[in-house]
Design a protein around this ligand. Sequence first.
Ligand SMILES: *Cc1c(COP(=O)(O)O)cnc(C)c1O
Length: 466
Amino acid sequence: MQYMSTRGNVSGVGFIDAFLMGLATDGGLLVPQQIPTVSAETLKAWSKLSYQELTLAILDLYTNNEIPADDLKKLVADSYATFRHPEVTPVTKLKDKLYLLELFHGPTFAFKDIALQFMGQLYTYVARTRNLKINILGATSGDTGASSIEGVRGKEGINICILHPHGKVSKVQELQMTTVAEDNVLNLSVHGNFDDCQRIIKDLFADLDFKANNNLCAINSINIVRIIAQTVYYFYAYFRVQEQEASGAEKISFSVPSGNFGDIFAGYLAKRMGLPVDRLIVATNANNILERFVDTGVYKPDNFRMTHSPSMDIQVASNFERYLYYVLGEDTAAIETIMNEFRKEGSLSVNEETLAKVRSEFGAYGVDNDECLDTIKRYESASGYILDPHSACGVAAAEQRGTGGVIVSLATAHPAKFDEAVQLTGIKQTFPAQIEALFNKPQSMKIVDGETSIIASELVEFFGSR
Ligand SMILES: *Cc1c(COP(=O)(O)O)cnc(C)c1O
């Protein structure tokens, strides 16, 4: 298995090098040169595996034998030992034909832990075995930051700097990032929104000298390893639903609370690998660029809106290019052209034929603030289950864009992380002890202006001093 760039100027990259490269050096995103496929027999055999075993089986298709089996087994075991649920990502039934895939049982109570606990272990392993100094740089709308810091805090040979938009993440998200008292962690709280943070990161990674001089590595979902790790729970959920549906479900649909298109792209990859997926439903909030794309074929950022689901407050979905690559027939020249168009014009569009293809695979629905809160209230009063605002967007989209078949909606965060929104519904929740404890810890972060040059000098100072 080798990896190549969606823009065609990078290819033949191995697994660990792809992991370290993050964004492809030609500005594109890395994808597998060939998507591995699994047969019906393999699926059947996989249906009996534990989450960790399933992870190993899937990684085996992607890791190019670059990590000895025993080492990989230990990496995976250590990655999921930090989870509070023995199944890692359990599936619960919400109502007839609607299941919830709970992805929030990791250390920071959001789905990002699933990939980032593994990536933290992998960075540590690579730093040790290749004798490298690794400086991780990431931008977060809240959850990625907390998860990645948790994944590498205090680890030898690794430093991490996370940019978050100042005052635009939830209180618990901010506390999770800024109360980690470790010398290898720097939090920059940036004046601006998440798209500003993401743009700065992209600029810094695009400066190849800066990247090399500072040993920069990416933790954002531009990293292909994150996507691969996230395919696992689509398979896992499919198997659990098969067990629970009396007559089995031939194909199932997934509704995915989306921001950067990373999570749902993992679902698309799982489908391309052979998982019997019917539809993938892109659930967004009022920042609905993806919904508008599926409706019109035009991908164009609109005004930024703050919502109850801040981790989805994203205009430019960094993983979207990966999907474009596939829907445009793996034509790297076409990607080069269309992404240039996007850079110059600030928007891109696909033709009718391509749009029809998009619509045959994806449904999309944007959930506004009122509908989000209403969904939380309805499920709480019907079953006592408290959805967090992101998961509520997923469930609302599942209700609106279902096909009549079985749907699994992804629960991407624990409600305690977003109590600001839950409180507006009048529902009172009790916080898990780990979250309660955060409020008594001192915070450490530096507030900075959202300019690439300013961030660059902060990084040189921090990474240089370590
Ligand atoms: C990151 C995040 C999302 C969006 O996932 P993408 O991979 O960016 O599409 C949704 N919900 C929560 C809670 C998140 O942290």
